[in-house]
Design a protein around this ligand. Structure first.
Ligand SMILES: [Zn+2]
Ligand SMILES: [Zn+2]
Length: 420
């Protein structure tokens, strides 16, 4: 137990962290350009928030939450997603009273007690955005554009944006009834999940992954057949805005989100190369959610993308990662008499903004040079007592093997000049 991490978790080692920096930095940059500000939310919230925010009939709430009582006897849940916490923060901090829309993004770990498989973990990482306070279909389109822009900047190809409208509380009962009528003759043949969805959440009959359910669903009515005039107009405007932004998409009438507070736009982004589970992100409008969580009626829209899936997709597409951050200078000690001066030198280099490292194992000079190579240092400064007495050090440029003798007072300028 002591040397095994819990199932479904992973260690992100220093050797791999540059991949994560790249994904996170790129996301921060895109969000900033689209006018979103970062929000940092708690990793855990009151359980009731997720039950309300995600709906008590969803798989996540029914089977997958990490819920426990804390020492004060309160029921606490590790966040399985980011939206509920963002809604809570929007209300608790009175953000609804300020200028709208409020555009926020987040990134961080989420927790679901799911069956671990490729690209799926119990602690996984998401980036996401939430925008509150606007009905504008242009915002729906902008959010999809942002997501696509992000994937494109990461170099991913074979992307497919699928869009649908799931209607509103006025027109959804019509769809619900038509779906129940359609599936009624085949109810016994549906999978056990769908048999319970049939009553509680018939929209979800459309996106069951079970083959039998999928074939029974051939020709089922879709949300698009049942939209009220207002929803149809919103959907048309979203598509128009996507065209304006130059974002290509497919309408997928089977794309659904089962809960009442989801309204209008639903979307999903698929990518080639990671097998059957090719969705790498999705989102939609949730004009009823803020009210469900106890706030004033407030439109909202958002999406979430899984970073593990993006890593899988990039690797399956053979995309190279940007280089890991490099060590600039390795300070090697040629003889024991130079050791103290070398430590001060190291500090001077770091103070000047350089990444600098030295030996802590009493290695020979030759072994120190080898270590500098392993660390991929750009330069090795060789501190020898004789040269130091003359106010100089030897500098080896590791990429070329070239050696220079550099006066100490010019060392920082020399290194910085060479690195440029
Ligand atoms: Zn409607
Ligand atoms: Zn099913």
């Amino acid at each position: 137990m002591l040397t095994n991490r819990p199932r479904g978790t992973s260690d992100i080692l220093p050797a791999d962290i540059h991949k994560w920096y790249y994904l996170e930095d790129t996301f921060r940059q895109v969000c900033h350009q689209y006018g979103y500000g970062e929000i940092r939310l708690p990793i855990f919230e009151h359980t009731e928030l997720f039950v309300r925010g995600m709906g008590d009939t969803t798989d996540v709430v029914e089977k997958e939450m990490y819920t426990f009582n804390d020492r004060g006897g309160r029921s606490i849940t590790l966040r399985p997603e980011g939206t509920a916490g963002a809604v809570r923060a929007y209300l608790e901090n009175n953000l609804y009273a300020g200028p709208q829309p409020v555009k926020m993004y987040y990134l961080g770990p989420m927790f679901r007690y799911d069956r671990p498989q490729a690209g799926r973990y119990r602690q996984f990482h998401q980036v996401g955005i939430e925008a509150f306070g606007s009905h504008d279909p242009g915002l729906d389109a902008e959010i999809m554009a942002l997501a696509m822009d992000y994937y494109t900047r990461l170099g991913l190809s074979g992307l497919c944006l699928q869009v649908n409208s799931v209607g509103c509380p006025q027109c959804r009962p019509v769809l619900r009834q038509r779906l129940q009528e359609f599936f009624a003759p085949h109810r016994e043949e549906l999978c056990p999940d769908c048999q319970s969805r049939y009553h509680r959440n018939p929209l979800r009959l459309l996106d069951c992954k079970n083959e039998k359910c999928q074939s029974l669903g051939q020709g089922a009515p879709s949300a698009l057949d049942c939209l009220c005039p207002e929803c149809a107009a919103h959907f048309a405007a979203v598509r128009h805005q996507l065209d304006l932004l130059g974002v290509s998409y497919q309408v997928n009438p089977r794309l659904v989100r089962g809960l009442d507070y989801y309204t209008h736009t639903a979307f999903e982004i698929l990518v080639g190369g990671i097998g059957a589970q090719s969705a790498i992100g999705g989102g939609g409008r949730y004009n009823g959610l803020v009210e469900v969580c106890g706030g004033p009626p407030t439109p909202g829209i958002g999406f979430a993308l899984g970073l593990e899936r993006i890593i899988l997709a990039r690797e399956s597409q053979g995309l190279p990662w940007p280089r890991a951050r490099q060590m600039d200078v390795y300070v090697a000690v040629a003889d024991a008499a130079a050791a103290d001066r070398a430590v001060r030198l190291l500090t001077e280099l770091r103070s000047a903004g350089l990444a600098a490292e030295r030996d802590y194992l009493g290695r020979s000079l030759k072994a120190q040079m080898k270590q500098a190579g392993r660390l991929e240092a750009a330069f090795t400064v060789i501190a020898g007592s004789q040269e130091l007495e003359q106010g100089r050090v030897a500098v080896k440029e590791m990429s070329t093997g070239e050696q220079h003798t550099v006066p100490l007072e010019q060392l920082v300028d020399f290194l910085q000049g060479r690195m440029r």
